[in-house]
Design a protein around this ligand. Structure first.
Ligand SMILES: [Zn+2]
Length: 66
């Protein structure tokens, strides 16, 4: 098994709303996302995963002290 699977920090499953249960892996050169909690899967042919990462960064940014 050479498949690399990694979890997406800060990503929320759109199906069950669980946090940090989405893992990213390559299948036929297509990035796919799978939720290990509810089994939700989605092909990431666009930038959905990166968007999720950006959102996580933004959330962290909100909490910086004034
Ligand atoms: Zn889920």
């Amino acid at each position: 098994m050479k498949q690399k699977k990694r979890f997406i920090a800060g990503a929320v499953c759109p199906a069950c709303s669980a946090l940090d249960t989405l893992k990213l892996f390559l299948e036929n050169n297509v990035e796919k996302v799978e939720c290990v909690d509810c089994g939700y899967t989605k092909s990431q042919t666009e930038s959905g995963v990166q968007e999720a990462s950006k959102n996580a960064d933004n959330v962290i940014g909100v909490f910086k002290p004034e």
